[in-house]
Design a protein around this ligand. Structure first.
Ligand SMILES: Nc1nc2c(c(=O)[nH]1)N[C@@H](CN(C=O)c1ccc(C(=O)N[C@@H](CCC(=O)O)C(=O)O)cc1)CN2
Length: 293
């Protein structure tokens, strides 16, 4: 068997086209969606991702402000910048690119972002909304993975989904999203003794462990859907958490790296930013409406 490729580039273009239409409608109503991006330090991968985000904004008509800070910026100074963007009416989304330097606590910084502008969906208010199935912003990478599963018409109800990795930005929210769609979910992590025993039972594996080529073909149930969130820079170049060549010989569907989940992450960020602008516009409109006498 050779797996069918899930093309994240094509899917992200479809999402971007929708976002561009919504942006055009907002602009016609006098609202220019705006995203503030805070980048701290010299992590080269972060610079690549942020450049992609800024370019994507430009392409769909979202205004972006990129603020770059030296790695030595204090936590207080960074918090002050976040708070300034919270107050800025031209800004509808705020994101702080992760990882941050070791002297800055990411949770403290994320907590300072207004939940209404938290287009990364990392704030505890939005994490709680996801957990309880109420309205809020969902993290971009797992939301992008769900869109990919939907795009191939995959029915999750009754399936066994295995998530590799338990990070706050991918593993945990991914598990909640799969669970809320009726899948039986297992999370494997560093302390799981033998992940192959678990993954061989899975109908879907989402690999987000941050370990190059962790999931090999011999650990996959024939016909399973394999979503690779990994973004590992090795001597051989960029590779995912899945050993693509051996996995594609066994799986039913598979995402490539690059060109899989990454572009969908950026597309979902654009979608969240435009949603935020639409919501803020709605609130502003209702607060300026004069009640009928
Ligand atoms: N504030 C945030 N920080 C981080 C997030 C996030 O969602 N919000 N996620 C990751 C990195 N990330 C987004 O920021 C991200 C990673 C990869 C890609 C992407 O398009 N990858 C390309 C390949 C790029 C390359 O050549 O290196 C692909 O897969 O095709 C986009 C976004 C951690 N930090």
């Amino acid at each position: 068997m050779t797996a069918e490729l899930i093309d994240g580039v094509q899917m992200s273009l479809a999402v971007r086209a929708e976002v561009a239409q919504r942006t055009a409608a907002l602009r016609a109503a006098g609202i220019q969606p705006g995203l503030a991006v805070l980048l701290v330090g010299e992590d080269s991968a972060s610079h690549v991702y942020v450049r992609k985000k800024v370019k994507a904004c430009e392409e769909v008509g979202v205004r972006s402000i990129l603020e770059q800070h030296d790695a030595s910026i204090s936590e207080e100074a960074l918090l002050a910048r976040v708070k300034a963007f919270n107050q800025d009416e031209a800004i509808h989304g705020i994101l702080v690119q992760l990882p941050l330097p070791a002297h800055i606590d990411p949770q403290t910084v994320i907590k300072a972002i207004s939940p209404a502008k938290d287009v990364d969906g990392f704030h505890i208010v939005n994490a709680g909304a996801l957990l309880t199935g109420t309205e809020g912003f969902s993290p971009c990478t797992p939301t992008g993975c769900m869109r990919m599963l939907d795009a191939i018409g995959y029915e999750l109800r009754g399936k066994h989904a295995v998530v590799l990795g338990r990070s706050n930005i991918v593993g945990k929210p991914m598990a909640i999203m799969l669970l809320s769609r009726g899948a039986t979910v297992t999370i494997c992590h560093r302390a799981t003794p033998d992940i192959g025993v678990v993954t061989r039972q899975a109908d879907i594996v989402v690999a987000a462990a941050g370990k190059a080529r962790l999931l090999r073909g011999d650990m996959i149930k024939p016909g399973a859907v394999i979503i690779d969130v990994g973004m590992n820079r090795t001597e051989a170049g960029l590779c995912g958490d899945v050993d693509f060549e051996s996995a594609k010989a066994v799986a039913g569907w598979i995402t490539p790296v690059p060109g899989g989940v990454g572009p969908m992450t950026i597309a979902m960020l654009l979608a969240n930013t435009v949603t935020s602008a639409e919501q803020i516009a709605l609130v502003q409109k209702s607060s300026t409406q004069v009640p009928a006498s």
